[in-house]
Design a protein around this ligand. Structure first.
Ligand SMILES: Nc1ncnc2c1ncn2[C@@H]1O[C@H](COP(=O)(O)OP(=O)(O)OP(=O)(O)O)[C@@H](O)[C@H]1O
Length: 595
């Protein structure tokens, strides 16, 4: 029994579940069919609890019919306790006025009056459309723990800036003497990966400029985000300088891309926050969940599903921003994202069929080059070549620009190359297997070498785009960073260039590069937190586990596209994935909301 339970718990962790339902011991059925003598299903709970395997200081926990390794149960309990306490408490900044708890704030009203468009104001007056950004600021101002979730371009960063600027304005309203007594008011920004931290840094810098925030308020709002590991000062695997015994000296933490954070890291982070610290999670609850166990953001946002009209104006800790300011939600990418997200197979099928490219190759190539917003390519060995050709042409244009680099125009050319690089990106659902990342990268290199633009045997070559696959803090490079290899105009040696969040150039000789790979294609998982003008999604060419291929994966891929989205995949397999809503077993939403 012990071995079975341990095996099953480990198996579930590999499947990103923190626990499993005791009633679903399908492996036990199998064993029973093979005459291995085990107790009947209904006897398990009783028999197990009679052993010393369950309970305090024991390896397993049975809670609400769910079996956990104790460690994961403790983490879930800790996260649930933190969230429940924070959702029911007002922020510990005692200088915030009482009327905030009634959802009133002249400061917030002022911030929205100057920026809401006339159309938004009219909508608000007519109550046809709630200004969710406004509600989000009030909601977060009145809770110690809050969440702002929303799809791409719904104004999450803009809302965070308004939230932080109102907090700072309230703080600055205190007389200097009181400010001195309160001490320095410290706000920090963090994200789970280095790439996400860089993107947040970029968005904060441009958002603050757009919103015309005054200099005295600006002085308190950070623009530079760090990774969670760096914020907590990682000392190696799962060990941090800041922890439950040595709390972070901060008053507010904004954590972006929260959907990517797993249970273990979130519990570490929460335990390191002092009781005065306000935590605001930002992210898209519909995106792929963390690579490791748990689906935290979606579970914390669970009450949104049942939020009735009557409660929309009441203060609550979780707010969903619904209006996209980046792409037209009624445009084809927006419609497809919505249809996939809601699992409406008929609508997805309709959009795919309507945008299906016929069988004439010349026509298909032309469309891939500069066709409609949405395109669907039916897969066969020939059409994958069309995508390879498209990427090769893009790559050749990059190679041609590289020859223009000189010592005097280096930074500008490198920036232009990165802009070009982000114009097109192929995403694949899988690494290996047919049409996986590895195969696609090989096909592109092969073609470039046939054209004489690359020597097949060279690992490093001019124009090669690379993806960093580990965090290298000492170099300021992180897992998921993208670089391009270019001959250095000074030494003429091949080097790799990166651009950091502040627009500064990092240049490395290849011997110093952290582990990396070519990136003509990357996995959808790796693309989280990035956007590209034209995104091409390649569905797998064979059946991969249903667990892997769900609507969250396809939604994440679609929402990486800024202006064009192409899908290459078998229609039935694509629709099956859209119907597959990945459910991860966990007890968090039960602990939080009894759901
Ligand atoms: N209320 C608004 N009115 C007009 N434009 C807005 C509004 N809110 C945000 N925007 C604009 O929409 C764009 C996206 O906003 P923002 O970067 O805040 O969204 P986001 O949800 O953080 O995006 P991301 O998908 O990068 O996470 C920005 O150009 C921003 O200036």
């Amino acid at each position: 029994m012990i071995v079975l339970l341990a095996l099953r718990c480990s198996y579930e962790l590999n499947q990103q579940n923190t626990c499993f339902l005791l009633t679903q011991l399908t492996w036990v059925d199998w064993l029973m069919h093979h005459n291995v003598l085990l107790p009947e299903h209904y006897e398990w709970a009783e028999r197990l609890q009679a052993t010393d395997l369950f309970g305090e200081d024991a390896p397993f926990v049975l809670d609400n019919g769910l079996v956990y390794f104790s460690r994961y149960h403790n983490m879930e309990l800790a996260v649930a306790e933190f969230v429940i306490a924070g959702q029911t408490r007002k922020p510990a900044h005692h200088w915030l006025p009482a009327e905030l708890l009634d959802g009133q704030s002249e400061i917030v009203d002022g911030l929205f009056q100057s920026t809401s468009s006339e159309a938004d104001k009219l909508d608000e007056q007519l109550n046809t459309e709630i200004d969710w950004q406004y509600r989000a600021v009030l909601n977060s101002l009145s809770h110690q723990f809050s969440v702002i979730t929303g799809g791409p371009g719904t104004g999450k960063t803009t809302t965070v800036i308004k939230l932080l600027s109102s907090l700072v304005q309230y703080y600055l309203e205190q007389p200097t003497l009181i400010q001195k007594q309160i001490g320095q008011f410290t706000i920090k920004l963090a994200a789970p990966t280095g790439k996400a931290a860089l993107r947040l840094t970029e968005s904060m810098l441009s958002g603050i400029d757009k919103l015309n925030i005054s200099d005295d308020i600006r002085a308190y709002i950070p623009t530079e985000a760090s990774t969670i590991h760096r914020l907590l000062k990682s000392r190696g695997r799962n060990d941090f300088y800041y922890n439950s015994n040595n709390k972070l000296p901060i008053d507010v933490l904004v954590l972006d891309e929260a959907s990517m954070v797993d249970l273990s890291l979130m519990s570490k982070l929460m335990s390191a926050l002092p009781s005065r610290c306000q935590l605001v999670l930002i992210g898209d609850k519909e995106q792929l969940a963390s690579v490791e166990a748990g689906n935290l953001l979606a579970e914390i946002c669970a009450p949104l599903q049942s939020l009735g009209i009557e409660r929309q104006n009441a203060l609550q800790p979780v707010t969903e921003l619904k209006k996209s300011y980046r792409f037209d939600s009624n445009g084809e990418i927006g419609l497809l994202a919505k249809a996939v997200n809601k699992g409406v197979g008929k609508a997805v099928e309709h959009l795919l069929i309507e945008n299906c490219l016929g069988t004439d190759d010349a026509n298909r190539q032309r469309y891939l080059e500069s066709g409609s917003v949405l395109t669907w390519l039916d897969p066969n060995s020939h059409s994958i070549k069309l995508i390879v050709e498209r990427v090769v042409r893009h790559q050749v244009a990059i190679l041609d620009s590289i020859s223009e680099i000189t010592e005097s125009n280096e930074l500008n050319v490198v920036k232009a190359l990165f802009k070009k690089l982000y114009e097109l990106q192929v995403l694949s659902c899988v690494r290996q297997s047919i049409y996986g990342v590895e195969e696609f990268n090989k096909l592109v290199k092969e073609r470039l070498s046939q054209l004489g633009r690359v020597a097949w045997q060279d690992e490093h070559y001019a124009g090669r785009p690379i993806l960093v696959t580990e965090n290298a803090y000492h170099l300021g490079l992180y897992n998921g960073d993208i670089g391009i290899q270019i001959p250095d105009p000074v030494s003429d040696q091949l080097v790799t260039y990166f651009i950091d969040g502040k627009g500064d150039m990092i240049k490395l000789f290849n011997q110093r590069l952290p582990t990396h790979e070519s990136v003509y294609a990357m996995t959808v998982h790796k693309s989280q937190g990035s956007e590209f003008d034209h995104t091409i999604l390649i569905m797998p060419g064979d059946d991969v586990g249903v667990k892997l291929l769900g609507r969250e994966l396809i939604y994440t891929a679609i929402t990486r596209a800024k202006t064009r989205f192409t899908i290459f995949g078998d229609k039935d397999r694509t629709l099956r994935a859209v119907n597959n809503h990945t459910v991860r077993q966990s007890g968090l939403s039960k602990l939080l909301y009894g759901l």
